[in-house]
Design a protein around this ligand. Structure first.
Ligand SMILES: *Cc1c(COP(=O)(O)O)cnc(C)c1O
Length: 432
């Protein structure tokens, strides 16, 4: 095992360079062009495909953008979210779901997850909406559920609540490209759907993202905002603030090549899920997070496990003894140095010990996303939590409880069956 095993490394299908070469040959080295259009068409075709071919065809429109974060930002702009507004965001997520809320001067309101899907709890969502209305006299301006690690949220219930209160839903399916709920691709249910093609996602354009829209008018609006909101004059006339968020034609070339292997990638992530499931079947106290019921069809972007707090790991006494020098996980490791190895909300010491053990064995593993309601930068944000029991312990929220006991394992297209066996073997070796 000379090579390090990463969580989700980019994997090229082989055709990417052909599309890039075409862009060079035809001098389309700009943030528009044939690759951008072709990439959008490929995504559109994919997201409209239904698992049940009998059903009425979906219609959806796609705009390719420079990142998933840009897509979240533009969705908020297009929903008219502005200064002083509130937006409901799933607390258990990566920061790119909620940070753009602050870009438009609005305030995130965090809602906890349910135990089964790990995603936004529909009942708590409705309680939060009611409470915000009674406290502020205003409805939240949007709802952002997140397909954590690819797992679908209960979109049927979320849409029913959103429709009852007439609040737009922005689906953050950045991690859930190709995941389905009741046979339908995530991102096609809400007013807007977010996809990410960052280097570590299901497919990559090196960096990039996309917005799924439900109709051509919304697509036009997003396109307009993404290209500096220009008015139809022979000179640059501006009546609204726009953004430079369109995807480059070079990156879109990578995307077109990646779309040719998307199905393969998804199948591989699911295959690894089944393999992990099998390999961990006899390991007591470790559970692999799976689809809660038949409606769910996760892409298993990252496979995740939970570990019983009583399990003891080699070197556990040294967990959190030293401050981390580089970034944990992720490809672009820029972190600000810290003096303190602890925060007031962190994974259990057996999780950190296991992460260190795997790291020394050449395996990248990572804690789950730290819930946003626990992040210092959001200390002022309102939140709605669901106290629960996990592994027999009382937890103040589902997301915090899971954060303490959870871990992400290598799941990408470069992870082989041998790698998975090696990883599980190492985990067994680490248990005392
Ligand atoms: C990756 C990610 C994003 C943002 O995508 P980028 O392309 O990296 O900007 C948004 N939300 C979630 C949940 C993500 O994991």
């Amino acid at each position: 095992m000379a090579n390090r095993i990463y969580l989700c490394l980019a994997h090229m299908g082989g055709q990417e360079q052909r599309f890039i070469q075409e862009a060079f040959d035809t001098n389309w080295v700009v943030p528009l062009g044939p690759n951008v259009n072709g990439f959008e068409e490929d995504i559109q075709k994919f997201v409209c495909s239904l698992a049940n071919k009998e059903e009425k065809a979906l219609s959806a429109e796609v705009v390719a953008l420079s990142s998933g974060t840009a897509a979240v930002h533009l969705a908020l702009v297009a929903c008219g979210v502005g200064y002083g507004d509130e937006v409901i965001v799933q607390s258990f997520t990566f920061c790119a779901s909620s940070h753009p809320v602050t870009y438009v001067g609005a305030k995130p309101v965090f809602v906890d997850s349910e135990k089964d899907s790990w995603n936004i709890d529909p009942q708590l969502l409705e309680e939060a909406i009611k409470d915000r209305i009674s406290k502020t006299g205003k409805k939240p301006k949007a709802i952002i559920p997140v397909a954590l690690y690819g797992m679908p949220y209960q979109i049927d219930k979320i849409m029913a609540i959103a429709e009852a209160y007439d609040i737009p839903v922005i689906e953050d399916a950045a991690e859930g490209f190709g995941s389905r709920f009741s046979g339908r691709v995530l991102g096609t249910f809400g007013k807007y759907g977010i996809l990410s093609f960052n280097g570590n996602k299901m497919i990559t354009t090196s960096g990039g993202g996309a917005m799924i829209c439900t109709n051509p008018e919304d697509k036009q609006k997003i396109m307009w905002y993404a290209t500096q909101a220009r008015e139809a004059y022979p000179y640059y006339q501006h009546e609204a603030i726009g953004y430079n968020y369109r995807l480059s034609n070079i990156c879109a070339g990578i995307g077109r090549g990646q779309m040719l292997v998307l199905d393969e990638h998804i199948a591989h992530h699911k295959h690894l899920y089944n393999l992990y499931r099998e390999l961990f079947a006899t390991v007591e106290g470790i559970e692999v997070h799976g689809n809660p019921s038949e409606e769910y069809d996760s892409n298993f972007w990252l496979n995740t496990i939970t570990i019983h707090p009583d399990i003891k790991i080699k070197g556990q006494e040294n967990a959190y003894k030293t401050v981390v020098k580089g970034a944990v996980g992720g490809a672009a490791g820029v972190v600000r140095a810290t003096e303190n190895a602890h925060t007031d909300c962190e994974p259990n010491s057996n999780i950190e010990a296991l992460r260190m053990f795997l790291d020394e064995s050449g395996i990248e593993a990572r804690p789950l996303w730290k819930p946003m309601h626990c992040q210092p930068v959001y200390s002022e944000a309102p939140y709605y939590l669901k106290p629960c029991q996990l592994f027999g312990k009382n937890e103040s929220s589902v997301s915090e409880g899971l954060f303490k006991v959870g871990m992400c394992l290598p799941s990408g297209p470069c992870v082989t069956d041998e790698d998975a066996k090696y990883i599980v073997g190492k985990i067994k070796e680490a248990i005392l």
